[in-house]
Design a protein around this ligand. Structure first.
Ligand code: ADP
Ligand code: MG
Length: 817
């Protein structure tokens, strides 16, 4: 082990590059000692000189070299923060923004009033904030309010190698803001930090930076990591293979933490369970049963909701990064070949092991509560070995100390979007070579380590080198709306580090026109994607939600619908409300139990709905009912557990309701909304309006049931034609409208599992369509060359335009002569 560095008592000796200002920081000796071991400390002078002398600097260094935690401190000490200027630092992941602000506050011995964070729903920024960690989306919104970012002297874009969509856009925007600020005589420094990956996309991009910015390489003191490939690649059961590998490492290899990479939350938990059972350290908790729901429900009907205190809840970061829903495998397949270095282990690891050393097993994924995440940074209890089972958050965002062994399943769960239709699905795919090397690198932070790859070297050679930037892979309507709100009309001319595909830009522009967010100027459309934003679009751009939902909010001032729309939008924005869909049940009994619990919300909804039009708001009504009942009961953990609701989702909804309410109030000063403690169930009329509002927002997600007389193939019985997809789709079995089968519906999303399914479905009356969605209708003759999927309806037809979209049109009845 390295000898511990001497501990300086007073302020450390300073780099001579900043003699003018030095703001002392009062660090504890332990922190100071830990800092001195970080490679970036040796580079402080080089880093600060480069920053002082250049407007834009790129810092590259291996994960764990100290970029995120130390560079803001260098800048602080050099006087870049003052009473009227903040050091801003963006992270693509909420987890990182929250946990890094906490870590830096602790290192600097400052309070959260001075080192703060801001993520979409939540933050602790004050007037005294000197260092502000935020998600990239938050800074983008700030640019909308103040294009020159005048309250910042420095902006650090962290984790630029992740190439998140908002990070890419920020770099494009800042490449223009920095010279503008220079002209004004108020220079802004831009620091781009990244792992050592593909920096040329930024440096060698002359559209982005006319002068190539200096690149500082931080020499990470990386110890050698021996990489072991499997001889064969297991086909499916990588989870079981991870289990076997961890068991062997723990039994046979010397002390040192183990870090396992899996693809999602459900897998992480199931492997944690198996490992805890095999090498017990912790005790389990038990849970209890619940009072009948309809009592609570009837009170919800007639009484006021309790007042909501929006400040009394802690952060539950939601991150799409490692979302998981439907893919998890915990089956035991036949064991594959054993790793040479570990020798042949015995079988039967699933049984309780008699190994004396307990394994201290911790999960790590982005949805995990911050206090639980923080556990991985502490030393494991004496006499145990640390084993962290993580998703790819541990790849670059967070560095876990003391890891000597990495077990890499080689997979990652990604959300795939159809660029045009936006249909998304989660798929587990192979990682890139760059990711595999990042993962391996986690093993060599403190001493030489080992990385066990559960795939063969031949498979590794087939991996793509880097994963493609996010902006090239997903629909971009939210991005385009934000850019138009910044008066960037010709999106196509924007200096993207990597531009999105033109057809994705066109689809986004077309959707925004349909939603009324952009002014449709026919000539301009032809002149390549340059429609300006409309007043409605400006209102929509201020809401921190996707354009479709923003449109719903913008329409909802009528008939006092806002509180309900806010609730519905909040509920649609958070990941799964119901536990039933959140994770695979542990047993069949549990599955049945969870289903029963959700069924009671359906029962409740029927009582509430009185079989009237409320029923037709479908799944969104169930969400509204669940939130209403839960809030009535005080939104407690026990209520959620008893009723199969995800407690974290409910807290998130509550917080979002608060934030959307504030956003609405700031848009229309006279709205005077507050999170309504008296949210009564909506009246029948309001539900009808809500259905229209939902239609107006989700208009391009319209679908019409294939009528019996139009049915060409029995496999499409009960299927729907959508405006966006070639093939018909089905209502998801979990939907309350699964059996109702209304003729027209709108859906929240289509997910592809065994079939293409619509989720979040509500029914629509056909006569609303031309009134609310004129761009999606046309009057006149049916098409001359209808596509094969053409449905000869009775007056209403699904028709096809020569564009990428199907549109729902109306055929006028023939005029009787
Ligand atoms: P980089 O940004 O270059 O990847 P960081 O600044 O995130 O590096 O991390 C530097 C060091 O600080 C790492 O060794 C990491 O383990 C440690 N560290 C980061 N966050 C915490 C924390 N919350 N508690 C303890 N150590 C931490
Ligand atoms: Mg970092």
């Amino acid at each position: 082990a390295a000898p511990s560095a001497p501990v300086p008592q007073a302020a450390p000796s300073r780099a001579p590059c900043q003699p003018a200002v030095f703001i002392p920081v009062d660090r504890t000796p332990e922190i100071q000692e830990a800092r001195l071991k970080l490679p970036i400390l040796a580079e402080e002078q080089v880093v600060m000189e480069a920053i002082n002398e250049n407007p834009i600097v790129i810092i590259c260094g291996e994960t764990g070299s100290g970029k995120t935690t130390q560079v803001p401190q260098f800048l602080y000490e050099a006087g870049y923060a003052s009473s009227n200027s903040t050091i801003g630092i963006t992270e693509p992941r909420r987890v990182a923004a929250v946990s890094m602000s906490q870590r830096v506050a602790k290192e600097m011995n400052l309070s959260h009033r001075e080192v703060s964070y801001q993520i979409r729903y939540e933050g602790n920024v004050t007037d005294e904030t000197k260092i502000k960690f935020m998600t990239d989306g938050v800074l983008l919104k700030e640019i909308q309010k103040d294009f020159l970012l005048s309250k910042y002297k420095v902006i650090i874009i962290d984790e630029a190698h992740e190439r998140s969509m908002f990070t890419d856009i920020l770099i494009g925007l800042l490449s223009r803001i920095v010279p503008l600020r220079h002209k004004k005589g108020l220079p802004l420094k831009l620091i781009i930090m990244s792992a050592t990956l593909r920096v040329e996309d930024f440096t060698d991009n002359t559209r982005l930076f006319s002068v190539k910015p200096p690149v500082i390489q931080v020499d990470a003191r990386q110890f050698p990591v021996t990489v072991h490939f499997n001889k064969k690649t297991p086909l499916d059961d990588y989870s079981g293979e991870c289990f076997r590998k961890v068991c062997k490492i723990h039994r046979m290899l010397p002390a040192g933490g183990i870090l396992v990479f899996l693809t999602g939350q459900a897998e992480v938990h199931s492997l944690c369970r198996r490992l805890r059972k095999a090498f017990p350290y912790q005790k389990n908790n038990s849970c209890c049963l619940c009072p009948p729901l309809n009592v609570l429900f009837s009170s919800f009907l007639s009484q006021a909701l309790p007042k909501i205190d929006l400040n009394s809840y802690s952060v539950v970061p939601v991150d799409e990064g490692d979302e998981d829903r439907d893919i998890d495998s915990d089956d035991d397949a036949a064991g594959s070949d054993l790793d040479l270095d570990l020798g042949d282990g015995d079988s039967g690891e699933d049984e309780k092991s008699d190994s004396s050393l307990p394994l201290f097993v911790l999960p790590l994924y982005s949805l995990l509560a911050p206090e639980k995440q923080a556990k991985v940074f502490r030393s494991p209890p004496a006499g145990t070995r640390l084993c962290v089972v993580a998703t790819n958050v541990a790849e670059t965002s967070l560095t876990i100390p003391g890891i000597k062994y990495v077990v890499d399943c080689g997979k990652v769960k990604r959300r795939f979007y159809d660029r045009i239709t936006g249909v998304s699905s989660f798929r587990v795919t192979w990682i890139s070579q760059a990711s595999a090397d990042q993962r391996a690198g986690r093993a060599g932070r403190t001493e030489p380590g080992h990385c066990y790859r559960l795939y063969s070297s031949a498979v590794f050679m087939d991996f793509e080198k880097f994963s493609a930037p996010e902006i090239t892979k997903r629909p971009v309507e939210d991005l385009i709306l934000q850019m138009k709100a910044l008066n960037i009309e010709k999106v196509i001319n924007f200096p993207f580090p990597t531009p999105p595909p033109t057809e994705a830009l066109a689809a986004a522009e077309e959707l925004l026109i349909a939603l009324g967010a952009l002014k449709e100027l026919k000539e301009q459309l032809a002149a390549k994607l340059s429609c300006p934003i409309s007043p409605l679009g400006r209102v929509m751009a201020t809401f921190p939600v996707a354009p479709r939902y923003a449109k719903m909010l913008a329409l909802s001032r009528q008939h006092d619908c806002l509180p309900y729309t806010i609730t519905i939008v909040s509920a649609m924005t958070v990941r799964e409300l119901f536990e039933e869909f959140d994770r695979p049940a542990v047993s069949e009994e549990e599955a049945a139990q969870l289903k029963g619990k959700r069924a009671r919300f359906l029962q409740m909804q029927k009582v509430w709905a009185g079989q009237g039009p409320m029923q037709k708001l479908g799944d969104l009504m169930v969400m509204l009912g669940a939130v209403g009942a839960c809030e009535y009961a005080g939104c407690t953990r026990s209520f959620c557990e008893e009723n199969g609701l995800r407690y974290k989702a409910m807290l998130e909804i509550r917080r979002l309701r608060g934030q959307l309410t504030t956003a609405v109030n700031s848009v229309c000063a006279d709205a005077g909304l507050y999170v309504d403690p008296k949210m009564k169930p909506p009246t029948e009329a309001q539900v009808t309006y809500l259905r229209q509002i939902v239609l107006a927002g989700l208009g391009d997600h319209l679908a019409r049931r294939i009528q019996a007389e139009e049915l060409l193939d029995d496999k499409w019985k009960n299927a729907y034609k959508t405006a966006l997809l070639e093939d018909p789709v089905f209502i998801h079995p979990s939907s309350v409208l699964f059996k109702e089968l209304p003729e027209f519906v709108v859906y929240q999303e289509i997910v592809e599992t065994t079939k293409m399914y619509m989720k979040g479905v509500s029914a629509v009356e056909p006569e609303w369509i031309p009134a609310l969605l004129p761009p999606y209708c046309h009057f006149g003759k049916p098409l001359e060359n209808p596509p094969p999927s053409y449905c000869p309806g009775t007056g209403r037809v699904l028709c096809h335009r020569p564009s990428v979209f199907y549109r729902v049109g109306w055929q006028l009845p023939a005029v009787e002569v």
